[in-house]
Structure formats: C-alpha cells, structure tokens
Design a protein around this ligand. Structure first.
Ligand code: PLP
Length: 364
C-alpha cells in the first residue's frame, strides 16, 4: 500500500459541501475584496491564536515583509534569522535592504535556542525572526528576554499548542506571521497569510501597509503594498478553522504512532521543545543514511522529501550575507534530515508500514 508524504485531500472531504456552499455564497455576495468574510476570519483567527488582532494578507512571505516594515526595518539594519528554514523566512529581510544575520539551530528540535540567537546579536540588530519550524516551537520567552523585537514565523505551526495553553503567534513576540499555502496545516485554496499581534499600533500599520499605505483609498501616507487576503480564501479558511484542532490532534497521533512502532530505534526522531505539543507540519527524522532511506522508501511506494539540503545562507542569492558564526547544527540538519509521511489522517497501519520499510535498511 502506498503511503503519500502528505494527504491534504482526505481531511477536507467531510466539509467539501460546506466549503462549496461558502464559495457560492461569496460569489453571490459580489464582495471579493475586504468585506465581512475577511473581517470575520480575522476576528476568528485572532481568537484562535490568542491575540488581540489578526490581519489577513496575500501570503506568508508578505506577512513577514509587512511585519518587518511595521517594526521599521530598513536598509543597513540587521535581522537575525535561522538558515535552516524555508527561503521565504529570510528573503523579505534582503528585499528591504536589511542584512540577514544567520543564527544556528538545534538539529534535535530544528529550532534556534535563545543562546544561538544571542551569539549573533550586534548593536545593529533591529529584529529577530524566530521560526517554529516543522510545527515545533522556538523558545520565544527566552528570545524576547534578549531585548530585541521578535517576529514569530509561524507558517508551519498552526495547530501547535503549549502545555500552558498558549499557541504560536501569541507567545509574547511583537508580531507573528502565518501562511495559508494549501499544504500548510491550515491551507487556503490558493495563497493567503496573516499577521497576528497584541499591539493595536502595529496591527494598524500592517492594515495600512497591505493597502498601498492608505486607510481611506484617497490619502496615501506610506509607500505600501497590495497584499490582501481575498474574501473567497477567507471564507474557505473560516469553514476549515473549527477543524484545525482535530487535524492537529491527528498529526500528533501520527507522530505518536511512529514512536509506538519503534521508529526511534532506527532513526533520530524530532524532539518537541519543552512544553510543546507540535502539530507536526512535516515529520522530519534524521539519519546519517538519509539518502539510502530515500531510495528504499521510494521502492516501497512511501513518500519522502529532504528539506533545505542547501540551507538559506548557501543559496546563490544570499552569497553576500556571510555567516558570522559556525552553523554546525544547520549543516547537520540539512545533511541528515528526511521528511516521512505526515497528515491528520495517517493511520497506525501506515505508520507501521513506514517503520517496517525504514527497518529494512541493511545494517551499515
Ligand atoms: C511557507 C512558509 C513561508 C512562506 O509562506 P508563503 O505563503 O508560501 O509565502 C514562510 N516561512 C516558512 C517557514 C514557511 O514554511
């Protein structure tokens, strides 16, 4: 039996009719830009995350770009960001003429420690982007305590929860960003994103920046962007949001199934940071024999993907930004990681099948 790397279709099947009804309702309403669906989604998503405000934007990359601009990041400023992440975590920094300063990660958790962030702070540091990679949780309290404004990149962490009930996006950062790319834990039927914050002034800034630097469509106070979450996507996300926790539980159960099936005896499993119950966006293990695993899992019809084999600081467009510290954890994670099937509906039988295939790797 084939086990795909993702399964975005099956969780949506039970709400398919409801989503189509919502799409029809919005088509009939003729309100495609801003309007009640977008406002309702923003209210509901802020309530879910646990922040005072959520502002819908066009995608997760723009969410970061606008968050950086809201903090006043501009040419010559330094912004700390991990190199072991999706390229989009760092791209908006360079786009603004600011300097991405690479911090390392702990390869067992795939997120940065506060110490790894502290190591690269300088008097020019204007902000830190802490990435909740794969759904795990970066230690925001400790990073905030370093005294620099923090942006949480929570693109991969919708549905994750901490033991104290808090969620990524509401962990004490200045601003947090989400992506609703279709394969993310909460996925639109196209592009979408959001910025969350407790700060009314920052929320106001994001609202202005996403619409050409204007509040009233007549007076343009800033050079802004056209970066909106549209009403169709907002409506589709509204239908899905009440199911996000169930889907997140399914992802956690799938991770547990891998553990119960003994996967940890064969490869290194991802380690949740203290207090975190990750809604694994990707379930990423580590092995010195990752490349061999790719081929035996492929032969067994099991989906795999290696993530960020070339970390961001070694991408051609980033060659001008030379690391200021050793990125040993980044290099290790980029070399040894392998994502194996993960979805809200992955069964114990599928987990057993994956573990059996991994176990078939001949001893070195
Ligand atoms: C997906 C993702 C983004 C970018 O989101 P888009 O909606 O694709 O622009 C940013 N950061 C991380 C960590 C992501 O996984």
């Amino acid at each position: 039996m084939a086990v795909p790397l993702f399964n975005t279709a099956a969780p949506l099947e039970p709400i398919d009719a409801e989503i189509r009804a919502k799409v029809n309702e919005i088509i009939d309403s003729k309100r495609f830009i801003f309007g009640p669906e977008v406002e309702a989604f923003e209210r509901e998503f802020a309530a879910y995350v646990g922040t005072a405000h959520a502002v819908g934007v066009a995608n997760g990359t723009d969410a970061l770009l606008l968050a950086l601009r809201a903090l006043g990041v501009g040419p010559g400023d330094e912004v700390v960001v991990p190199s072991f992440t999706f390229y989009a975590s760092a791209e908006p920094i360079a786009l603004l003429g600011a300097i991405p300063v690479w911090c390392d990660i702990d390869p067992t958790t795939f997120v940065s420690t506060a110490e790894q962030v502290r190591e690269v702070l300088t008097p020019l540091t204007k902000a830190v982007i802490a990435v909740h990679l794969f759904g795990n949780v970066a230690p925001i309290d400790e990073i905030v305590a370093l005294g620099v404004p923090v942006i949480e990149d929570a693109a991969q962490a919708a549905g994750t929860i901490l033991a104290d009930g808090r969620r990524p996006g509401a962990l004490g950062s200045a601003l947090a960003t989400f992506s609703f790319f279709p394969s993310k834990n909460l996925g639109a039927f196209g592009d979408g994103g959001a910025v969350t914050t407790d700060d009314a002034d920052l929320a106001d800034k994001i609202q202005t920046l996403r619409f050409h630097g204007s509040k009233d469509k007549r007076t343009f106070t800033e050079v802004g962007h056209n970066s909106r979450l549209d009403a169709l996507q907002a409506g589709i996300l509204r239908v899905q949001l009440p199911h996000l926790d169930t889907w997140a539980d399914g992802r956690r159960a799938a991770g547990q199934a891998y553990e119960d099936a003994g996967l940890g005896e064969l490869v290194s499993l991802p380690v949740p940071t203290p207090g975190a119950a990750p809604a694994w966006h990707l379930y990423v293990v580590r092995s010195e024999r990752a490349d061999e695993l790719v081929s035996i899992l492929k032969d067994a019809n099991i989906g795999t993907a290696a993530y960020y084999r070339v970390p961001v600081h070694r991408q051609p467009a980033m060659r001008g930004y030379v690391p200021t510290v050793d990125l040993a954890g980044t290099e290790e994670a980029s070399r040894t990681n392998l994502a194996i099937p993960m979805s809200p509906v992955l069964t114990r039988a599928q987990a057993d099948e994956v573990v059996a295939a991994v176990g078939a790797l001949a001893p070195a």
